[in-house]
Structures are given as structure tokens and as C-alpha cells.
Design a protein around this ligand. Sequence first.
Ligand code: SF4
Length: 217
Amino acid sequence: MSVPEVRDRLRETYGRLFWDPHGAPLDELVLTVLSQSTNDRNRDVAYARLRERFPSWEAVRDAPVEEVEEAIRPGGISQVKSRRIQDILRALPEDLDLSFLRDAPLEDARAFLTGLPGVGRKTAACVLLFSYGRRDVPVDTHVGRVATRLGLLRAGAGSDEQHDELTRMTPRGEEIELHVNLLRHGRRTCHARRPRCAECVLLSLCPAGPGFLAAAP
Ligand code: SF4
């Protein structure tokens, strides 16, 4: 079983995603912080409120933290996230210009991002991939779970290994499609508890599927 086989079956189910990198790494960075421990809808509401409330990222950086917290409250754990966002903004260059991430050596760009407060591999990969189309496949909890059950990733692998391996296996230019479709599959079918293997398009490729089916009530 290979990544292209998985990609093809997921493509038949969820379609093929075409995405133009948006060139806004700071927006992506904040959005990814806001996405932690909440759903997409609440994340988007929190992000929209933040952008409405403050005219610039500099203004978010320099505001009293309580004001940032109030703006992003619909996104949950706003006390933690507001401090995290300001910590990141304050660790960036004064002009908040991250455009160097587009052309910097990939390892350097990634190291810069993961050196920011609270920023790990997944957030760095989201920023690099969605902003500039750079080669990195974000592995969140859903992507990691599905890829591990499929045997693409080693059980117990850490975040660095998961990202490095999945990126290495993914055909060039298909990083976003694979990330998004594995994520969709994790949310809709390959649930953490009680995966719906009987109706899964990947069942014949999946080494974990028969075990789940046999254990099903
Ligand atoms: S067969 Fe089951 S465990 Fe394997 S990917 Fe599908 S839902 Fe997940």
C-alpha cells in the first residue's frame, strides 16, 4: 500500500482540492493557534472578531491581553490563546514581516517557526504549506491517527518523525490534498473510537481495519 493508492481512493470520495497559497503567513499562524481545541466554526468566529476588533497585527501585539482575550472568546481557552498569540507576535521582527519564509531554505524556515513560543511542527507546516505552498504535510491528530492505522506511520512515532515521513512519502504538489483528505477521513469515518471500517473506502488497504471489524459489537 502506498500514499498514491490512498490518495486516489480519498480523491474519489472527497474530490480533488485545488489551493492557491495565500501568502499571508502571520494570518495562518494566528489562525492555527486559534484552531487548537475547538472546531473550525468557532475558530473562524474568533478569528473574524479579532480582525474586526483590531486594525493590524501590531495593534493585537500591543493591546492589553484582556482585550485580545475578549475578542477571541468564542474560540475557547481564550486566556491561553490570547497570551500565546501575543507571545508569538512579540517574538517576531518589529515589522512582523515573515515574507522571508517563502524563499528561505525549508529547514531554516521551519526552525524559525518552531523557535517561536508554543509553535510546534504542525503549526509550522500549516504556515509554510498554506501560505507559500512549501513542502510540508501538517500532521494533526486526525491525520496522524488515519496514517498510523494505515501503516504509513509508525505507531508511537513523535511529531517530527510523523511530519518527516508523511512529507517524504507524499508526491510533490499534493501535500495539501493529502492533508485535507486524510483530515476529512479522520473526522467522518476513521474516528478515534469506533472507526466506521465497514463503510471505509480504504478498508482493503488498511491493516488495522480487519481487527476493528472483528472487535465490533
Ligand atoms: S479501515 Fe477502519 S481503521 Fe482503516 S482507515 Fe478505514 S476506518 Fe480507519
